[in-house]
Design a binder for this molecule. Structure first.
Ligand code: MN
Ligand code: MN
Length: 462
């Protein structure tokens, strides 16, 4: 007989202490992720790549016909996309939804962006999503987006990602003259109207024309016209996004982490994509959704506030002769979004017992929201029990996490828009350090564990 008292406590462990054998596979998986995130820096680029990958894996554009085990994609305006795998049960027992977002904080161009002052040409920007503005000057920027020309043709722009490409930059004041600037609050260290991108410095020269007004702007416009056929007016019918021109990179001597732009939320989108395309021969139907506009409140007809996803479900339900409301009440949704990882350098904003940590697995978030949980989907105990069952059955390492201290933290995801439709929903994704910065940090083990979590969910026939 032992006198040892059993320990009924529970502690989240480093993945290397729960499943060290996954390390090699995790590192390999993340090579694919690094390529994806380096190549796809805007929602449009993500949609294009996701559809290409889907097609290679047997997905066809949905055309009002459904077959058992069929795989379909539905493209919403080139900015959001839905991948569907029909299970053997079709819609009989609801849908497994995995919803991530593929928009990230960035600098958009204003409608009249080009100006010149003191022989330097600039673009005026309007930031998109929550950024710390002071982080954006003095880093290389690239230009992405779509622009329609007068003749009705459109161009997809991508300038600054290739090593040989030119790049763009926002300036900051030298410290020697920055004393007054340093007295500003950090949030005003660089203001929105100071986020002006340098785009040229040579004047347009014409020996027959004297005193050319705005000669530098004119020279930039002449290059844009010669190389792309663009005129100044075309910027009104454009969506141009400036993003950091960084490639994803390993971080640390042990190469255990990944730094990249736009990991919120492509660090969940990529594992969701991989889990979805590998979802074959299942009982239950999956809808893996890559949505837009999450960073500005899911607004617009490519965001989750719109009916785009729910109309697609209705299209399917009509063909299958079932009611959407019956489908939703049996469905479950993984709202796949990131959580704020505990940062020891800024420990005072976190409540350590209820924070997520890098390398401790996929983060299950019962509720997000602000203060008294407002604007959150507060998942029920029943939902939590189902989710933990799914994860534990497949030996997925998981942890829980809130977004900072109760009175400090806050944030929202698409979870509330799914649960509004009467779908059991849980937030589940990767813990991120330096979230919303130009170069966010994640752990390779966590990225892989998140992929395993989504796989476990999609194959689960609860
Ligand atoms: Mn997010
Ligand atoms: Mn975000």
């Amino acid at each position: 007989m032992s006198n040892k008292v059993e320990n009924f406590g529970y502690e989240y462990k480093h993945i290397m202490n729960t499943s060290a054998e996954k390390k090699d596979k995790a590192y390999e998986f993340c090579e694919g992720y690094k390529n994806f995130i380096t190549k796809n820096k805007t929602e449009r680029e993500c949609v294009k790549s996701i559809i290409e990958i889907a097609k290679k894996n047997g997905y066809k554009e949905f055309e009002n016909k459904i077959e058992p085990n069929g795989k379909y994609f539905i493209n919403n305006r080139n900015k959001a996309v839905v991948l569907v795998t029909m299970g053997k049960e079709m819609f009989d027992n609801g849908i497994n939804f995995v919803v991530s977002h593929i928009d990230s904080p960035r600098l958009d161009l204003k409608a009249n962006p080009i100006y010149e002052t003191d022989d330097i040409a600039y673009f005026k920007t309007h930031y998109y999503g929550g950024i710390k503005k002071y982080q954006w000057p003095t880093i290389p920027l690239s230009m992405h987006g779509k622009i329609f020309l007068e003749n009705g043709k459109s161009l997809d722009l991508n300038i600054g990602e290739d090593d040989k490409d030119t790049k763009f930059l926002i300036t900051d004041l030298l410290p020697h003259l920055g004393q007054k600037q340093s007295e500003r609050k950090l949030s005003e260290g660089i203001t929105g109207e100071e986020l002006n991108i340098v785009i040229g410095s040579l004047p347009f020269i014409d020996k027959d024309e004297k005193d050319i007004k705005d000669a530098v702007k004119r020279y930039v416009l002449s290059i844009l016209n010669k190389e792309y056929g663009i005129t100044e007016k075309d910027f009104v019918r454009a969506e141009i996004e400036f993003v950091p021109a960084f490639k994803a990179s390993d971080i640390g001597f042990d190469r255990s982490m990944i730094a990249a732009y736009g990991q919120d939320d492509r660090v969940c989108a990529y594992p969701a994509l991989m889990a979805e395309i590998e979802n074959i021969d299942n009982q239950k139907t999956s809808f893996t959704v890559f949505t837009d506009k999450e960073e500005i409140g899911s607004e617009g007809n490519t965001g989750m506030v719109s009916n785009f996803l729910f109309d697609i479900v209705e299209d399917f339900a009509e063909l299958l002769n079932v009611k959407t409301r019956d489908v939703y009440r049996k469905s479950m949704c993984f709202s796949s979004d990131v959580n704020s990882a505990y940062d020891p350098t800024f420990a005072d904003v976190f409540e350590k017992r209820n924070s997520s940590f890098i390398n401790k697995g996929v983060v299950v978030t019962k509720f997000t929201g602000h203060r008294g949980k407002s604007q959150s989907n507060d998942a029920s105990a029943e939902t939590m029990a189902r989710v933990l069952n799914i994860l534990d059955n497949d030996n997925v390492t998981w942890q829980t996490g809130e977004l900072g201290k109760v009175d400090i933290g806050g944030g929202g995801t698409i979870a509330m828009y799914m649960s509004q439709r009467n779908i059991d929903t849980i937030d589940i994704g990767v813990a991120v350090l330096s979230m919303h910065s130009p170069y966010e940090l994640t752990s390779k083990l966590d990225v892989y564990e998140t992929y395993l979590a989504y796989k476990a969910f999609l194959k689960n026939n609860f």
